[in-house]
Design a binder for this molecule. Structure first.
Ligand SMILES: Cc1ncc(COP(=O)(O)O)c(C=O)c1O
Length: 433
C-alpha cells in the first residue's frame, strides 16, 4: 500500500467513501482509481481541472488523450449548443453524419467509407468482426501491451509457449474467445513472421501504431512498414487502432505521420475533443460488409448521435484550420519539456528513460531502453507512484499510472510548462530520496 500523502484532498476523500457504497470501487473505469483515493472533479477549463476542494491542477491527463484542444474549447461548445437547441437524439440519419464522414475521409486517405459508433472499444470490436467477416477466418494477431478496449477478443495476455495463444485477463472473459487471439511482441517483426507462418487461419492484425498503453512506446524503425508489407503479402487485413493517435499525432493520425495505409482504421478520443464518439473506416470492399447491406452486424442506439457528431465536425474543422501551428507548437513544447526533464533526471543521477513523440511523453525509472511490454513492466512503478503524488501535491495532474501517457493540449502555455517543470523537479527529488 502506498503511503497516504493525499490527506489534503478532504472533500474527495468524503466523496470517495460515499461513492464506494454505490459504485463498484467508487469509479466508473478502473484507471481512474489511485491510492489511497482519486480526487473528484468539480470543473475544468482550458488546461486546468479543479477538484472538489477547489484545488486547481494543470491537466496532462486530458481525458486520456481525448482533449487535444483542451477543456471547453469554444468552437466546439458553440457547435454543440446550436445542436442542443435542435434536439439531442433522433435515431434517424442526418445530413451532419454525411458531413462528418466526408471530413474523416478527407483526413484519412486509407478510408473510403466510415461507420460512426460510440466508444473506442466498440470500434475495435467492429473492426475485428469486419476483418473476420471479410476473410472468413478466425484468428486475430495483437501485440503484447497494446490495449484495444474491454472486450473478449482483445482483453488477453500472452499465453505460454511459442504459439502465443491469448488467455483472458478477466474473470468472466471466455478463453474460447481469447484463444483465437495470438499475442506477438511489439517491435518484434520476426515473432510476427513466425506466428503468421505457423497459423493459416489469420483474419487480421490489430496494432496501436504508437503504443500508448504501456507508457509510451515508439514503433522501431521500419516496424510499421514491415508490418504493412508482411500483412499485404499474406492477404491479412491490417487494423490500425488510432483511438489515441487519430488526430493527435497528425490530422490524418499515425498513418499520415508514418506514411502507411492500413485496411481498417479505428478512431475515437481526439475525434470530438471530449464527446462520446468513435469511428471505424476502411476500404470500400470491407466496409460494405456492414449490415444491413452486408452480413457483418453492427448497431447502436447512440451511434451518430447529433451532439457528438456536431462536436466532431467542429473539432476536425478546428484542427484542420489551425494544423500548421497546432502540431508544430505541441512538438516544440514536447521536445523542450522532455529534454529539460531528461537533463534534470540525469543531473540527479536517477536511472530513467523518456519516450516522446508528437504531443505525448512518458518517463520510466529504469536504465534500459523501453521498447516493448517487458521493458516497460521492468521499470520502477513505485517510483512512478511517488512522482505522481508529488506532482499532484504541486498542482500537476498526470494519468495515475506508469502505463499511461502524458498528453499535451493546445490549451497549455509556456507558463504552464515552466510551472510543470518546477513540479517535476520536486517530484524527481522525491523519487531520488
Ligand atoms: C488504443 C486504444 N484503443 C481502444 C481503446 C478503448 O477505448 P474506450 O475506452 O473508448 O472503449 C483505448 C482506450 O484507452 C485505447 O487507448
Amino acid at each position: 500500500m502506498t503511503k497516504n500523502t493525499l490527506e489534503w484532498l478532504t472533500e474527495s476523500k468524503k466523496l470517495f467513501n460515499t461513492a464506494k457504497k454505490v459504485i463498484p470501487s467508487g469509479v466508473n473505469s478502473p484507471v481512474r482509481y489511485f491510492e489511497p483515493y482519486p480526487f473528484f472533479t468539480k470543473k475544468a477549463n482550458g488546461a486546468y481541472i479543479w477538484d472538489a476542494d477547489n484545488n486547481c491542477y494543470i491537466d496532462f491527463c486530458n481525458a486520456y488523450g481525448a482533449l487535444l484542444l483542451g477543456h471547453r474549447r469554444k468552437e466546439i461548445l458553440r457547435s454543440v449548443s446550436v445542436q442542443l437547441s435542435k434536439g439531442t437524439l433522433y435515431c434517424t440519419p442526418t445530413e451532419s453524419e454525411i458531413e462528418l464522414s466526408k471530413l474523416i475521409i478527407g483526413n484519412f486517405p486509407s478510408i473510403d467509407k466510415v461507420r460512426l459508433m460510440n466508444t473506442g472499444g466498440e470500434s475495435t470490436m467492429t473492426a475485428i468482426r469486419l476483418a473476420r467477416g471479410f476473410t472468413k477466418k478466425k484468428k486475430i494477431i495483437k501485440f503484447e501491451g497494446c490495449y484495444h478496449g474491454a472486450h473478449d477478443s482483445v482483453l488477453v495476455k500472452a499465453g505460454s509457449g511459442s504459439a502465443h495463444n491469448g488467455i483472458s485477463v478477466s474473470d468472466g472473459g471466455l478463453d474460447e474467445v481469447s484463444k483465437n487471439t495470438l499475442v506477438v511482441e511489439y517491435n518484434n517483426i520476426e515473432d510476427l513472421k513466425k506466428t503468421i507462418r505457423k497459423n493459416k487461419d489469420i483474419a487480421g492484425v490489430i496494432v496501436e501504431p504508437i503504443l500508448a498503453n504501456m507508457g509510451l512506446i515508439l514503433p522501431a524503425k521500419n516496424f510499421l512498414h514491415d508490418l504493412r508489407k508482411i500483412t499485404k503479402e499474406n492477404n491479412i487485413p491490417l487494423i490500425f487502432d488510432e483511438v489515441v493517435t487519430g488526430f493527435r499525432v497528425a490530422p490524418g493520425g499515425a498513418q499520415e505521420h508514418f506514411g502507411i495505409k492500413p485496411d481498417i482504421t479505428t478512431i475515437a478520443k481526439a475525434l470530438s475533443n471530449g464527446f462520446t464518439i468513435s469511428a471505424v473506416g476502411g476500404k470500400k470492399e470491407i466496409m460494405d460488409l456492414l449490415s444491413p447491406d452486408g452480413k457483418v452486424y453492427q448497431a447502436s442506439t447512440f451511434a451518430g448521435n447529433p451532439i457528438s457528431v456536431s462536436a466532431a465536425i467542429s473539432s476536425i474543422k478546428t484542427i484542420n484550420k489551425i494544423k500548421n501551428k497546432l502540431y508544430s507548437k505541441l512538438e516544440r513544447f514536447n521536445l523542450l519539456f522532455s529534454t529539460a526533464l531528461d537533463d534534470m533526471a540525469t543531473d540527479m543521477k536517477i536511472p530513467h528513460q523518456i519516450n516522446f513523440t508528437a504531443s505525448m511523453f512518458q518517463i520510466f525509472f529504469t536504465n534500459k531502453p523501453v521498447v516493448d511490454y517487458q521493458t516497460s513492466k521492468n521499470s520502477n512503478a513505485k517510483k512512478f507512484q511517488k512522482m505522481f503524488q508529488t506532482l499532484l501535491k504541486n498542482g500537476i495532474f498526470i494519468a495515475p499510472s506508469q502505463f499511461e501517457v502524458i498528453f499535451l493540449s493546445d490549451a497549455h502555455t509556456q507558463t504552464d510548462l515552466n510551472k510543470t517543470l518546477d513540479a517535476y523537479y520536486l517530484a524527481l527529488k522525491s523519487v531520488k530520496n
